[in-house]
Design a protein around this ligand. Structure first.
Ligand code: ADP
Ligand code: ZN
Ligand code: ZN
Length: 753
């Protein structure tokens, strides 16, 4: 006879309280030994009364943690959910491993857990026989003097569906009365879930009651490029979990493609998840989907309460909805038969989570699609280097939409060299050319958008005469100006006193760049007193609907000029806009981040893409101190592949993602001295381990913001081309931190790429 090893499972019971892993060990009964895997959802006896509780299998081991006779046995594996929850649990465990976190933190990110009251339930009694039969029975009750039964049946003949409050309330009918009637088959008791509906959904339901405008009403016929993309994806659907990169220029009609794909999923009896950046959630886009798919859709956004989100996930689980639209967390919608995941504007930084586990939605979507056998479609006019390089490697199939959908060509782009402006004596933030174009727009009663690129606006120092930026001699990133006049590199810790004159040209006009949207609004007002101006930034969009309100007003041509930060760049379709002005285009080039050029190129291309979306051709003015930089020249030409080639060469040379992998270990503590000591130890340990895995350790160095709320912050970076080796170093580091009491009061978390 084959000898059976006794196996145990470490199981996490409750994810709603602690953020730390506390697992309990259970014995795996023989009948389950073959099938049980980490990630499975099981029922186990728990607590005093041994009540069956749901648990998540963390790992399987043949080593008992205490006396084996004291270990209880797993009751059963949860199969009722057709494995959906187990797949999501497996996804969570993958995320824990990939990004570094506790299992509970990963599970809480993926699984909807209940912090507040469960969804309300509405119970009602429903007449289960025909009216005629009921009237006959009513006579019988009356004859037998069964007054309460008669009273209830009479009410049901009148209204065949009675809420329970009414039954027990004004009708004064108790269960002892209606239960026997239920057994007789006269009525049934039904329970209906009442979900908490987020305000956005209600607003959309109201909006879609209104008829569509003429243009929106005519159903879109896909053009050949769109149709070909849809056909390619649909032909292979069901045969394999396809991965596609839909590379379509701004205005090429990617949304229509998404709709067709979602319709295809629904026709197959499958469900769809569409991720869109938070910023474009509020408006036009979602309405279009609502019109097409109606109540089969739900929407998430980051301001939903935990309970509201939970309820929408419940609706998905129960099959009440088939399409989920939302930001990155919508990725975890527990659909039973997920057919497709679409990520619109996949290059957007908001797809990366800022909280532990710091996952990237693109990567997690790839994993989930793989687990579920679902299709994955990424869409963008400016694909991330990650996505495009994977398309080059054949991991994604590239589908192109090279032209704008509504005829019309891409805008004409002018680049203005701000150094020349300074030479000719113009110190205004508005160049001569931009002023000229704005005058024309106002005369012709068209609209303009002015975009202030201030992403990562963290005090780099540049020369206003020659454009020279103070850089780290070791790292190829710009230095940040710290208080006390020090210039600091956030990658290696290099420091140098700040300069008074430009080391390149000797000009005294060198310093941090300062200009906000508010200052720009004042300048534009002074220059064009007759213009109606709207400003959109963190200040003006504070209110609940501030954001949508500004966009609506501008869409209705209630203003001539819209001034804003990156908020105005994305996804909005304003046919009246013929001019886009980009002020200080290179501001984001000098952020101390290896993605600076990529972000700049994306922002400029997307901003330029706002111009000329209607029938009138568009023009773009890009103002910059660095007109020869490839991020700017390529954006001006709307030349994605040109940019990609140059940027990828730089990443290869420097070993940055996606050419290599980079992990940051972020450390924070209230006591700066203890932090310094701890990170030195940690870096030393990592260097030892890294040697074995041919990984390179950089730092420790201060974080870009070295202190927040009196908590000091430092980081260690580690580079290695292979993600597996990087993960191995991370896992060893996690273990080292766990067993060393010296790290107890240091907050440590990991960030991959
Ligand atoms: P993208 O998301 O690629 O920037 P959109 O999906 O917003 O582009 O489409 C841009 C505009 O083109 C929208 O107004 C849309 O209604 C329109 N459009 C898309 N496809 C077609 C088509 N096949 N025929 C006519 N108009 C279309
Ligand atoms: Zn200079
Ligand atoms: Zn450096």
């Amino acid at each position: 006879m084959k000898e059976q090893k006794i196996l145990y499972a470490d199981i996490i019971i409750d994810i709603s309280h602690s953020r730390l892993d506390q697992s309990f060990q259970y014995r795996i009964p023989e009948r389950l030994q073959e099938q049980l895997e980490p990630g499975n959802v099981v029922l186990v006896p728990f607590g005093r009364g041994d009540h069956p509780q749901k648990g998540y299998v963390l790992r399987i081991t043949d080593h008992a943690a205490c006396a084996p006779e004291k270990i209880k046995e797993i009751l059963q594996v949860e199969t009722q959910l057709a494995g959906t929850e187990s797949k999501l649990t497996a996804l969570a465990l993958w995320m824990r491993d990939r990004y570094g976190s506790t299992a509970v933190q990963a599970l809480r990110t993926v699984l909807p857990f209940r912090e507040q009251a469960p969804p309300k339930k509405k119970r009602q009694l429903v007449l289960a026989v025909s009216k005629e039969a009921a009237i006959e029975q009513l006579a019988v009750f009356r004859q037998k003097h069964q007054i309460a039964r008669a009273r209830l049946l009479e009410a049901l003949i009148d209204t065949p569906m009675l809420p329970m409050e009414l039954v027990t309330g004004s009708l004064k009918v108790t269960p002892s009365v209606w239960r026997p009637m239920e057994e007789m088959g006269l009525l049934t008791c039904q329970t209906e879930q009442i979900y908490r509906m987020p305000a956005v959904l209600k607003a959309l339901q109201d909006q879609t009651q209104q008829p569509l405008s003429g243009q929106e009403q005519t159903a879109i016929r896909l053009n050949p490029a769109q149709q070909s993309a849809v056909d390619t994806i649909c032909t292979n659907w069901g045969k394999r979990a396809g991965r596609y990169l839909l590379f379509g220029v701004t205005g090429s009609g990617k949304t229509a493609v998404y709709m067709e794909l979602i319709a295809h999923a629904l026709a197959r009896g499958e469900q769809a998840i569409l991720l869109i950046p938070e910023i474009s959630l509020t408006y036009q886009n979602v309405i279009r989907f609502y019109h097409r798919f109606g109540d089969r859709i739900s929407i998430l956004h980051s301001r939903l309460s935990q309970a509201e989100r939970y309820d929408q996930f419940e609706r998905a689980r129960s099959g009440e909805i088939d399409v989920m639209i939302g930001p990155r967390s919508a990725l975890f919608t527990p659909f039973q038969r997920l057919g497709i995941i679409i990520i619109d504007e996949e290059h957007e930084p908001s797809y990366k989570s800022e909280t532990v586990p710091r996952y990237h939605a693109r990567e997690v979507a790839q994993k989930r699609a793989e687990l579920e056998g679902a299709q994955l479609v990424l869409g963008s006019a400016t694909p991330s280097l990650e996505a495009y390089s994977q398309a080059e490697a054949g991991i994604y199939q590239l589908l192109s939409l090279p032209d704008r959908a509504v005829g019309g060509s891409l805008p004409v782009v002018h680049t203005v060299d701000l150094r020349q402006e300074l030479k000719t004596g113009n110190r205004s933030i508005l160049s001569g050319l931009l002023q000229e174009k704005l005058t024309k727009v106002l005369q012709e009663h068209k609209q303009a958008m002015l975009f202030l690129n201030r992403r990562g606006y963290s005090g780099f120092v540049s020369c206003r005469s020659c454009g020279e930026v103070m850089r780290c001699p070791h790292c190829d990133v710009s230095l940040s100006l710290h208080r006390g006049g020090r210039l600091v590199c956030h990658y290696c810790g290099y420091e140098t006193p700040t300069v008074r004159d430009c080391p390149n040209c000797g000009s005294p006009f060198i310093g941090g760049f300062r200009a906000g949207t508010q200052q720009i609004e004042e300048i534009v007002k002074k220059t064009f007193p007759q213009a109606r101006i709207l400003r959109m930034d963190a200040d003006t969009t504070k209110g609940k609907d501030g954001h949508a309100e500004i966009l609506r007003a501008f869409g209705k041509q209630e203003a001539d000029i819209l001034i804003g930060t990156q908020m105005i760049v994305k996804g909005h379709d304003f046919p009246g806009v013929t001019l886009v002005g980009i002020l200080a285009a290179d501001l984001s080039l000098h952020v101390s981040d290896y993605r600076a050029a990529e972000r700049t190129f994306q922002l400029l291309t997307q901003a330029a893409g706002r111009a000329g979306r209607g029938l009138d051709p568009g023009e773009v003015v890009i103002q910059t101190y660095d007109p020869e930089h490839y991020a700017i020249t390529c954006a001006a030409r709307q030349d994605y592949t040109g940019f990609y080639t140059q940027e990828m060469a730089y990443r290869r040379m420097a070993g940055y993602p996606p050419a290599g992998n980079l992990m940051a270990v972020h450390c924070a503590a209230a006591d700066p001295d203890r932090l310094s000591v701890a990170v030195e130890y940690l870096a030393k340990f990592m260097r030892q381990v890294a040697g074995k895995y041919q990984a390179q350790v950089i730092g420790p160095a201060d974080e870009p913001v070295a202190k927040i709320n009196d908590i000091y912050r430092k980081a260690i970076y580690i580079k290695q081309d292979e993600i597996k080796k990087l993960t191995a170093v991370k896992n060893l580091t996690e273990q080292y931190v766990e067993i060393n009491t010296g790290f107890r009061d240091i907050r440590i978390n990991y960030e991959v790429n």
